[in-house]
Write a protein that binds this ligand. Structure first.
Ligand code: PEP
Length: 254
């Protein structure tokens, strides 16, 4: 049984004051879903301590938006997975499309981050998805399969379920343009078939157990259609997670 997961990615937004106001408004709206959903928020790194304390023992978990694949040492400006774990994070996003496109992260870099996160017991949220050009060239399945295969090569198929896959078409992130339920359903099914493709019983189980969430301009008005799809196990929410009412309504759609 795959427990639905809803994660808010605050991106590079917030302030001490704004975070406090958001979390204080959000918690009462999420209370009703604490047993049925796994919930998390990913604030910018400098606010992890603050948000961890605000979340307390409410059951809403803390996540980070990125981490280094390196353990420690001469990596100025980077933050290790052990540091995130020590700070109380449960999740870390790896390979968000903004990291891939704006900061040049390759499939191999992302796979190394997945491995690092797993090694300290964090749950890596592996973001995958195609650009508009790739979709138009009918390359969606290939692109997503390569992104996932890089992680399988790094950690082995059986470790994939230590993380979560977030399908996020690049053209739908922050654009207000959402993939249709049909488009989402096809890719989520493709991912499940790809993971289960070696026909061994183990790979079938892994494919069945793997949580695949969707992200890309999810709003309260489209959340019900997307989250009622059987292969969609939750959402990674950017812009709408900065609004307590919207994020609460999206949780209600899961
Ligand atoms: C994201 O940042 O992962 C995301 C899905 O953003 P948005 O919901 O704003 O499209």
């Amino acid at each position: 049984m795959r427990k639905p997961l809803l994660i808010g990615n605050w991106k590079m937004n917030g302030s001490l004051q704004a975070n406090e106001a958001l979390v204080m408004r959000l918690l009462p709206r999420l209370r009703a879903f604490r047993d049925s959903l796994e919930l998390g928020v990913c604030p910018p790194l400098p606010y992890l301590f603050q948000v961890r304390d605000l979340l307390g023992s409410t059951g809403v978990a803390l996540g980070a938006q990125n981490a280094s694949a390196f353990v420690s040492g001469a990596h100025t400006g980077e933050v290790s997975v052990a540091m995130l774990q020590e700070l109380g994070c449960r999740y870390v996003l790896v390979g968000h499309s903004e990291r891939r496109t704006l900061y040049g992260e390759t499939n191999q870099d992302v796979a190394a981050k997945f491995r690092a996160a797993m090694s300290v017991g964090l749950t890596p949220v592996l973001c995958v998805g195609e650009s508009l050009e790739e979709r138009e060239a009918d390359q969606t399945s290939n692109v997503v399969a390569k992104q996932i295969q890089a992680v399988i090569n790094e950690v082995g198929l059986s470790s994939l379920t230590k993380g979560v896959v977030a399908y996020e078409p690049v053209w739908a992130i922050g654009t207000g343009r959402t993939a249709t339920p049909e488009q989402v359903s096809i890719v989520h099914q493709d991912i499940r078939s790809f993971v289960g493709c070696d026909a061994s019983e183990a790979s079938q189980d892994i494919s069945e157990d793997l949580r695949i969430i969707y992200g890309g301009s999810v709003k309260p008005k489209n959340a019900i259609d997307l989250f009622s799809l059987s292969d969609v196990d939750g959402g990674l929410i950017g812009g709408a997670s900065l609004h307590s009412k919207g994020f609460g309504a999206i949780a209600g759609a899961l």
